[in-house]
Design a protein around this ligand. Structure first.
Ligand code: DQA
Length: 142
C-alpha cells in the first residue's frame, strides 16, 4: 500500500505556532511519527507539505499516476476555503481521509466548514498527531 500524506500551510511551523492549540512537537516530529506508523502498518508513505494552494493541487493530481493508493490530507487553512483542493481530490478518485490536529468543530465558526472533507470518506479531527496514524490505518485496512 502506497500512501501520500499531504500537509497544508503553516503545518511546517508546528512547535512554534499556537502551541496551546497544536502542541509542542515540531513538524519533524510529525514526520517521524508518520514514518513510524507506516513501518507498523507495513505500508509505504510519502509526506508532502506546501504553503501554496496550487502546489498542493499539483501534488494531488500527480498522485493519479504515481502509484499512490490513498491520500491522507490535512489541508490546514485551505480546508475552509479551497474548492480547488476539493476538486483535485475528486478528480483523482483515490480514497482520501481528512485529518486535523485540533478540533476544528470547537473553534471559530469559519473552521466548521471543510471543502476538502467533502471528498474524504473518513475524518479524524482533534486527535493530535494520532489522527494521522488512524487515517493511515483506515486506508491500509481497505
Ligand atoms: C488545522 C486546523 C485549521 O483550521 C488550521 O487553519 C490549521 C491546522 C489542524 O490541523 O488543526 O492550520 O488543519
Amino acid at each position: 500500500m502506497k500512501l501520500l500524506v499531504v500537509n497544508g500551510p503553516n503545518l511546517n511551523m508546528l512547535g512554534i505556532r499556537e502551541r496551546h492549540i497544536y502542541g509542542d512537537r515540531d513538524y519533524d516530529a510529525l514526520c517521524r511519527y508518520i514514518q513510524g506508523e507506516a513501518v507498523k502498518l507495513g505500508c509505504e508513505v510519502e509526506i508532502f507539505q506546501s504553503n501554496h494552494e496550487g502546489t498542493i493541487v499539483d501534488r494531488i493530481q500527480a498522485a493519479y499516476s504515481d502509484g499512490t493508493q490513498g491520500i491522507v490530507i490535512n489541508p490546514a487553512a485551505y480546508t475552509h476555503t479551497s474548492v480547488a483542493i476539493l476538486d483535485a481530490l475528486k478528480a483523482v478518485q483515490l480514497p482520501a481521509v481528512e485529518v486535523h490536529i485540533s478540533d476544528v468543530n470547537q473553534r471559530e465558526a469559519f473552521r466548521h466548514v471543510s471543502y476538502a472533507g467533502m471528498a474524504c470518506e473518513a475524518h479524524f479531527i482533534g486527535l493530535g498527531f494520532e489522527g494521522y496514524g488512524k487515517a493511515m490505518a483506515y486506508l491500509c485496512g481497505k
